[in-house]
Design a protein. Structure first.
Lengths: 354, 277
């Protein structure tokens, strides 16, 4: 079977639960791609996973995997591995029995594959333990091994990292990254964490209120959010509303120039807080409009500190702690600031967004 | 201030409120225990031995034990299925079905017996066709089990339903996505995780069945179950004479109930329980 034959294709997929409707969704995930679906709670992400996995009947459309139409097949016939947020390990079975569950369900006589996976995931020493005695990270490793032991043709990951503490999450994220590259099967990972989305996804889809607001490569979505909802989800901050004319837009007292956009009309102006320059404006960006403001607050957050400048409108800057010290930035100090053109995203205010 | 008040609350568990609760609760416990203790102390070992050696009393107790056990098995088998549907499916009329399940708790048991006769009596909808294949519910063990099942079914359904509802739904979804059929997922995941609730339901059905009088006496006066035999003795010989048979029934019913309860919640399931905590 060629790579193209192992695609996941969703066509016109719609699912309904009460008054909430998800879709219609048309998308394709090839075996060498990981699609991360990012959205706030209640956006319909888990509903999409449920529909693809067969736990929920779609009201319209088709789910096609490896050229098989799965739409009317029960979950056990789909060959789709699902990793749940809570790992969903069977509490009455040992780690080993959990990983063997799929082989037993299919009546396989050999457990070589599951035993290999236990070792591969570093679970050999934990094999006879009960799931309740494992840490969150260990549980998700068992869940991953259990899914892989049933040789899935598609992986669905439903926020598997969100219940973990930060260090474990980062460790497991790198395990997942390596695994998804190695697997060569299509994978959909849903999350509400943008960092997770941008580190794991080759492609990123943004779902809000049951609809895809944007779907594209990680870079496209991160750098060119399609609307203000997507921009906010991806960490862009809103400067305000203005009117773009001849490459120039004013928001409050700030005027931003040299904007390479032929459009003229009302726009929402967003900026990347970590790309704002403070202190000594460099000559190549000074033309875009340098402004001065008094520092209102400095929050020593990690990894980047958060500086708020009391300009009109106020501007938040994320910066390295060492630059805070170097520039002696503290509340009450007046600083020069520049928002480079590359750190700006102007979203046209359509009738829908206004 | 708040801490001081909390500390005072912790240090004086026997405040006026606590005392009132203890007194009221104690009254209820005394109300339950006193008649039983008084009953037990009226009998001498000799009178109990005599009662145990009386064939009618022995047969009646044996019949009650046997039929209550059969009822527990039947009620659990059917109740688990209904409990699963109620716990897992949302369908129109679900709360109506749940109300129907609880109905036997509200129906006076003699009324239940009469209602059962309309269906299972010789001319009843089920009784009439059944009599053609030689099964009679009226005055038979079939009738006793039918009456016991009617009054005890809610315990089987409700206990299992609560157990199923307590299971994380993702366990079954995980099992299905790993290739398990609905039956395999039920047998290997749902049932082992809810076995304590299912068995507790079975024990409650057994306890309720062994004590049933009203519905049984109407559908099957004969063969005589233990509660009916105690009632007969009471009518024939009076309070003192019937007390020995009553104590014997009480002892057997309590002993089996306690043993089954211990089995359902104790060492038989200790392995499963350990995993679940």
């Amino acid at each position: 079977m060629s790579v193209a034959d192992r695609d996941l294709v969703l066509s016109g997929l719609k699912t309904r639960a009460g008054s909430f409707e998800l879709g219609s969704i048309d998308l394709k995930v090839s075996p060498d791609r990981v699609l991360v679906i990012l959205g706030p709670s209640g956006a319909g992400k888990t509903m999409l996973i449920d529909t693809i996995a067969g736990f929920r009947k779609p009201s319209a459309g088709q789910v096609i995997l490896c050229e098989r139409n799965l739409t009317s097949l029960p979950p056990e016939a789909r060959k789709i591995g699902v990793v749940f947020q809570d790992a969903a390990l069977f509490p009455h079975l040992s780690v080993r029995e959990n990983v063997r569950f799929g082989e037993r369900a299919r009546g396989a006589s050999s457990h070589q594959r599951s035993d290999d996976l236990l070792n591969q995931f570093g679970l050999g020493a934990l094999a006879e333990r009960a799931p309740r005695s494992l840490s969150g990270g260990e549980r998700q490793r068992v869940a991953l091994a259990r899914v892989l032991a049933s040789d899935p043709e598609l992986m669905l990951l439903d926020e598997p990292l969100s219940a973990l503490d930060q260090p474990t999450r980062e460790e497991l994220r790198s395990v997942l990254q390596g695994l998804l590259v190695e697997l060569k099967i299509p994978a959909i990972h849903v999350t509400h964490d943008r960092e997770e989305a941008l580190s794991l996804g080759d492609d990123v889809g943004i779902v809000v209120d049951g609809r895809f607001r944007q779907l594209g490569t990680r870079r496209e979505v991160a750098r060119s959010p399609a609307d203000e909802v997507v921009a906010r989800l991806l960490g862009w901050l809103e400067l305000g509303h203005g009117t773009l004319e001849r490459g120039r837009v004013s928001v409050g007292d700030l005027t931003l120039t040299n904007i390479s956009d032929d459009y003229s009309g009302p726009v929402y102006v967003f900026y990347r807080p970590e790309e704002v320059l403070l202190g000594d404006a460099s000559p190549e960006v000074s033309a875009t409009g340098q402004f001065f403001g008094v520092i209102e607050s400095v929050l020593l957050t990690v990894p980047l500190a958060r500086v708020t400048i009391g300009s009109k409108p106020s501007v938040t800057v994320l910066m390295l702690h060492r630059d805070l010290d170097r520039l002696a930035l503290r509340p009450g100090v007046t600083v020069a600031a520049v928002i480079p053109p590359g750190a700006l995203r102007l979203i046209r205010a359509t009738s829908e967004t206004e | 201030m708040i801490e001081a008040r909390a500390a005072a609350g912790r240090n004086s568990p026997f405040g006026a409120f606590q005392a009132l609760m203890w007194v009221l609760g104690g009254l209820l416990i005394a109300f339950i225990l006193l008649p039983l203790v008084r009953l037990a102390t009226t009998s001498t070992p000799a009178s109990l031995t005599h009662a145990a050696e009386t064939a009618e009393i022995r047969d009646a107790i044996q019949l009650s034990l046997q039929d209550a056990a059969i009822t527990a098995v039947v009620a659990t088998f059917l109740g688990v299925a209904l409990a699963y549907v109620l716990a897992r499916r949302r369908f129109p009329g679900r709360s109506l079905v749940q109300a129907v399940v609880d109905l036997p708790l509200a129906v006076p048991h003699t009324v239940a017996g009469i209602a059962l006769l309309f269906i299972f009596g010789r001319t009843g909808w089920v009784g009439a066709p059944a009599s053609h294949i030689g099964i009679s519910f009226y005055g038979s063990q079939w009738g006793i089990i039918t009456a016991m099942l009617f009054v005890s079914a809610p315990f089987a359904v409700n206990s299992s339903r609560v157990a199923f509802e307590a299971i994380e739904p993702n366990f079954e979804r995980a099992a299905r996505s790993l290739g398990a059929t609905p039956w395999h997922a039920f047998r290997r995941v749902t049932l082992p995780l809810s076995v304590r609730g299912v068995l507790t339901g079975a024990v409650l059905v057994y306890a309720r069945s062994i004590s049933e009088f009203g519905a049984v006496v109407i559908i099957a006066f004969y063969p005589v179950t233990a509660p009916v035999e105690v009632y007969n003795l009471f009518l024939r010989t009076g309070l003192t004479e019937s007390a020995s048979a009553a104590v014997l029934l009480l002892a057997v019913a309590l002993a089996t109930f306690l043993v089954l309860r211990a089995l359902a919640s104790g060492w038989v399931l200790s392995g499963i329980d350990r995993e679940r905590r």
